[in-house]
Design a protein around this ligand. Structure first.
Ligand code: BGC
Length: 426
């Protein structure tokens, strides 16, 4: 009904359709937005902090992590350490893709080990029992403790490496890299087959090879190792023991065995210095420095058998240390001293000729006890005085330069490496 002067209350039919269409559009928008939010919430996207999620969400994030981990391992990459909050993955059905930057944990910085003077609790005079009958198995028990059986297994496992030694060397790698797969932790140290040790929690200031010329002194080996290894560990050095066994019945040639030990030990690792150590000498003081400072150095200042004195002031035998550079500078050690005596004086003469300053331990710090001999003394080298007079003339050509030897065997033991060698007159 039309009332005159008033507007019609009935909308025209075309505008009514437009309004309905608008409502439908709004409804569809609301449905679309709600669905997206719902989908997101239900984990089409793995997001954010799993700590606030219900447990089934945690499982999803775990699956994502596993996916990532296997993806890394396929590519032979170690999975970086990451927090759940940092994982963002698109479409969990595909190979996950790491989008945000992983939180990589900084590798723990390994600090240098303290200097000898800063190491507390070094004992000035140890009590030692050098007359006991100690088997090598007992020395191993004392040094390796609860790790003994796992270390014995590692020693057996590493044996095959020796047969491939030439191959390892030809690749330019040093042997230590191959041995490192067999490493074990013993207290605060890492142990490796062949009696190689590194501090576990700090970077050693020095890498020291102990070279022990040897023949028929099985009784001495466990005793010297039993007292030397703890001392070197207390001094926080990286170190290894090489016993160089003269595998023939010619007169003993200490200096030539030292040349062999020097060259062979360098196939294992880059040593900073070399301690030339008699098998029967044991230091009393833990302050006696087996590190590479002030070298060349005589570590001994006196021995019990000489009433804690030496036979003469310039004695340079028993226990001395030289750096790699020192040894190169003097062409190693003389090869001509067969039998007892003279070779140590010759080494000192070489150092003097090369104008290298020599250091000598003084006082109680350098005291040694000598393990009693149960054997005949080695025959003396009768020509030693004459040879010593000519030391300067021979220096250039007698030493590392003309050295010849034939390896008979190399054995990696738990506490030392045994290098058996055939040598002859050159
Ligand atoms: C020998 C050395 C020996 C020293 C101490 C000297 O006559 O030549 O080789 O170390 O005596 O016994």
């Amino acid at each position: 009904m039309e009332i005159p002067g008033k507007m019609s209350v009935i909308a025209p039919p075309r505008r009514k359709h437009a309004k309905n269409f608008k409502c439908l559009f709004c409804f569809l928008c609301v449905v679309a937005v709600t669905t997206s939010v719902w989908t997101w919430y239900n984990g089409e996207y793995a997001v954010a902090d799993i700590r606030n999620r219900p447990s089934h969400r945690i499982i999803k994030v775990k699956q994502v992590k596993q996916g990532l981990s296997s993806s890394f391992s396929r590519q032979n990459i170690t999975m970086p350490l990451m927090k759940s909050a940092n994982i963002t993955v698109k479409n969990s059905s595909q190979t996950p893709v790491l989008i945000s930057k992983p939180l990589t944990k900084k590798p723990k910085e390994i600090l240098p080990c303290p200097k000898l003077s800063d190491i507390p609790s070094l004992i000035k005079k140890r009590t030692m029992n050098l007359s006991e009958e100690l088997q090598i198995s007992n020395a191993e028990k004392i040094i390796l403790g609860t790790e003994l059986s796992s270390i014995q297994q590692a020693v057996n496992g590493s044996k095959s490496l020796i047969h491939h030694k030439a191959r390892f060397n030809s690749t330019g790698k040093n042997f230590m890299e191959s041995l490192s797969a067999y490493g074990k932790t013993v207290g605060k140290y890492r142990w490796f087959p062949g009696g190689i040790w590194q501090p576990a929690n700090c970077k050693a200031r020095w890498k020291v090879a102990i070279l022990i010329p040897y023949r028929n002194r099985a009784h001495h080996v466990p005793i010297v190792l039993r007292y030397l290894i703890p001392l070197l560990q207390k001094q926080l050095l990286s170190f290894a023991f090489f016993i160089i066994n003269q595998g023939n019945s010619l007169l003993f040639n200490r200096a030539m065995l030292l040349n062999v030990g020097y060259l062979e030990s360098l196939k294992y690792d880059e040593w900073d210095c070399f301690i030339l150590h008699d098998v029967d000498h044991v230091p009393l003081s833990e302050i006696n420095n087996y590190g590479c400072e002030n070298m060349p150095r005589r570590l001994i200042s006196g021995a019990d058998r000489w009433n804690y004195r030496l036979e003469y002031p310039s004695f340079f035998g028993a226990v001395t240390g030289l750096t790699k550079e020192n040894i190169q500078q003097i062409n190693g050690f003389p090869n001509v001293y067969w039998g007892w005596g003279g070779e140590d004086d010759d080494i000192l003469k070489r150092l003097k000729i090369a104008d290298i300053k020599v250091h000598y331990a003084k006082g109680k710090i350098g005291y040694y006890n000598v393990i009693k001999h149960h054997h005949e003394s080695a025959p003396k080298q009768p020509e030693r005085h004459k040879l010593l007079r000519d030391a300067g003339l021979r220096l250039k050509n007698d030493g590392l330069k003309n050295l010849e030897y034939k390896l008979q065997s190399i054995e990696l033991h738990a506490l030392y490496t045994n290098i058996s060698v055939d040598i002859w007159k050159l």
